[in-house]
Design a protein around this ligand. Structure first.
Ligand SMILES: Nc1ncnc2c1ncn2[C@@H]1O[C@H](COP(=O)(O)OP(=O)(O)OP(=O)(O)O)[C@@H](O)[C@H]1O
Length: 263
C-alpha cells in the first residue's frame, strides 16, 4: 500500500498555507517531512487523515493505492484512519483520556479496529503494552495516564496507534515533548516496530538529527512548498538549499553532531 500526494493545496480562510506539495511514501518506506515551525508539516499530515481544521479546504490529490482520499465522505475516511493509517502526535497527554486506564484505552483501539470482544481486547492490550516495552505490562495497563512518565505515555500512544495494525504510521513530532535520553529510546522503539512489521513511516520533525535516525528519505518544506527532496544521506552531506543547510546547522548536537559542523 503506498501513499501518493500530488499538488496538494490547503487554504484556510482564503490563505494558501500548503502550496502545491507532492511526495510519495512507497510501501515499507520511511519518509521524513522536515521544516521550520509553520512550514506546513502538520497540516499536510492532517490533510492526509482528513482532519483539517474548520474553514480549511484541500485540493489536489492524496491517493492511498487506488483510492482518492480528498473529497471522501467523512464516514469512509474514519475507516482509513487507524485501519490503514495510524497517527502518533507530539503530546501524548492530548491523545489519552485522563479518566480511563491505559489498558482500557489500548483495548478500545483493538476493539474498534478488530471487532474483538471485551475479554480478548483486554488480553491484547497487555500484549500491545509488552510490544512497546512498557515495564510490567500486566499491572501498567491498570494505571491512569497521570501515573505514567511522559515517555511511558508516548509508548501507550504508540501502542494505541499500532494496535489497529495500520500499514502506514504518521508520527508528528512524537518525541519533541520528551527529554533527550527518552527521545532516543522512543525513536529506537518506533523504528524497530516499523521495521519488524514492515510498515511505512511518515515522520514529521523540525530536527534533522532526529530525522536521520528514523527516515531514509527527507522532504524539506518551507512556507507550504517542497524546497528539497532527497535521501537523508544527501541532506546530511550535500544539502542544496539554504533552508536545509540551516536545518543541518541546527541539528541537535546532543543526539548527533554533523562532522565538521560549526556548533
Ligand atoms: N487552524 C489554523 N487556522 C489558521 N491557520 C493555521 C491553522 N493551523 C495552521 N495554520 C497555519 O498554516 C501554516 C502551516 O502550519 P502547520 O501547523 O502545518 O506548520 P508546522 O510546520 O507543522 O509547524 P509546527 O512545527 O510549529 O507544528 C502556518 O502558517 C500556520 O499559521
Amino acid at each position: 500500500m503506498s501513499l501518493s500526494v500530488k499538488d496538494l493545496v490547503v487554504e484556510i480562510d482564503g490563505r494558501r498555507v500548503i502550496d502545491g506539495i507532492s511526495f510519495d511514501v512507497p510501501d515499507g518506506a520511511r519518509l521524513g517531512l522536515i521544516g521550520e515551525s509553520g512550514s506546513g508539516k502538520s497540516l499536510t499530515a492532517l490533510a492526509i487523515l482528513g482532519l483539517l481544521p474548520d474553514g480549511a479546504t484541500a485540493t489536489g490529490s492524496i491517493r492511498w493505492d487506488d483510492t482518492e482520499l480528498i473529497g471522501m465522505p467523512d464516514r469512509e475516511l474514519a475507516r482509513f484512519r487507524g485501519d490503514d493509517i495510524g497517527i502518533v502526535f507530539q503530546e501524548p497527554r492530548t491523545a489519552l483520556n485522563p479518566i480511563r486506564t491505559v489498558g482500557r484505552q489500548i483495548a478500545e483501539s483493538v476493539r474498534i479496529h478488530t471487532g474483538a470482544g471485551k475479554r480478548e481486547a483486554r488480553a491484547r492490550a497487555i500484549e500491545e503494552a509488552a510490544r512497546v516495552r512498557l515495564p510490567d505490562p500486566e499491572s501498567i495497563v491498570q494505571k491512569y495516564p497521570h501515573q505514567l512518565s511522559g515517555g511511558q505515555r508516548q509508548r501507550v500512544a504508540i501502542a494505541m496507534a499500532l494496535a489497529c495494525r495500520p500499514r502506514l504510521l504518521i508520527a508528528d513530532e512524537p518525541t519533541t515533548a520528551l527529554d533527550v535520553t527518552i527521545q532516543a529510546e522512543i525513536l529506537k522503539l518506533l523504528l524497530s516496530l516499523v521495521e519488524e512489521q514492515g510498515k511505512s513511516l511518515m515522520f514529521i520533525t523540525h530536527d534533522l538529527a532526529v530525522l536521520a535516525q528514523v527516515a531514509t528519505h527527507g522532504v524539506v518544506l518551507e512556507e507550504g512548498r517542497v524546497i528539497e527532496s532527497a535521501p537523508v544521506s544527501t541532506l546530511l552531506t550535500a544539502p542544496s538549499s539554504p533552508i536545509t543547510q540551516g536545518l543541518l546547522r541546527d541539528a541537535t548536537a546532543t543526539l548527533w553532531r554533523p562532522e565538521g559542523g560549526d556548533r
